[in-house]
Ligand binder design. Sequence first.
Ligand SMILES: Nc1ncnc2c1ncn2[C@@H]1O[C@H](COP(=O)(O)OP(=O)(O)OP(=O)(O)O)[C@@H](O)[C@H]1O
Ligand SMILES: [Mg+2]
Length: 355
Amino acid sequence: MELNSRAIGLLMGLSVAVITTAFLYLVPTISDVALFIAFGLSFSSTYILVRFVLEFLFFRHINKIYESLENIDKEGLEVIQKPRRSSVNPLKRINKEIEGYVENKQREIEELKRMEIFRREFMADVSHELKTPIFAAQGFVHTLLDGAMEDKKVRTKFLKKAAKSLDGLDMLVHDLLTLSHIETGEIKMHMEYFNLNELISEVVDQFETKASKKDISLTVIAEDKPIFVHADYQRIYQVLLNLVSNAIKYTKSEGLVEISFEEVGEQVKIAIRDNGKGIPEEDINRIFERFYRVDKSRSKEKGGTGLGLAIVKHILEGHNSKVEVASVYREGSIFTFKLAKGIEVERNPVLEDEY
Ligand SMILES: Nc1ncnc2c1ncn2[C@@H]1O[C@H](COP(=O)(O)OP(=O)(O)OP(=O)(O)O)[C@@H](O)[C@H]1O
Ligand SMILES: [Mg+2]
């Protein structure tokens, strides 16, 4: 006979009823009817009690544990439901622990799946980005070898084009290496105190010609006093180059690009604002991903690889900071980040180069 709650209930009920009736039988004055009633009552109450205890406090939880284990076997980990409240019942606790363990494993699996998708996309993007300039340069060189070399004018034109493609390739590899070095921690931030005004005027010098070619007014808004920060000079220079270059690149001619910085408590807030194309809402959270470009065709013609903002994000993370963006499509964008305020010191670039 299968030992389920009903069988155990019957056995226990019968035993208790027999023992109780046997004891009562020893009482000389007790009638047969009373003995019969006592037997019936003790049997039914024990039966109900035992079945209740087994069904609700014991078997139900064991069955739930088996169900969980069966589900793991059959359908994977997703089907496991979250544990509800904590309980003193050890069976409930075991069940809860299994569910908790399964939940953790589920999270780990999801993370691995996400990373795998990311890895595959990344490999596809890298191959695509490498292929484009290599094929272009290859085409020009083969055309030259196939006879175009004889014509001096064509030769120079094709060689220039091949060189441009290879320069792009060099930039791409350089950016990829920078990203991977920052990620693996091979590039340590070289923190120092420096005057932000100095760095910003270097950035402005870099872009003045480019901006004026597009008739873009490039202005700096800041208080007329040195503002010191504690950061990696070269890396923050790289951050600003990327942000200002984007602002100019994605702003129509006769637009405005404005760099501003101000002290906010123990930090210095830096903002790069433009009144350019802006970024559609659905893309705003993705522009910091490697190779992500809002409009692939638009950016292609502008020659970007989509790595600039990923580098910016990583460098700022290395400074325990983060870049934020607010943008209105077709109206403009503003990128901001904060750096720790520094103390006033004389910067010594010669010393720094030794690192
Ligand atoms: N100031 C901006 N205004 C409008 N769109 C922007 C701006 N900055 C970035 N974007 C959008 O975000 C995308 C990602 O920028 P990111 O700097 O990473 O790449 P990129 O400029 O295309 O190429 P790279 O910087 O590697 O040369 C850009 O392609 C562009 O669509
Ligand atoms: Mg860029």
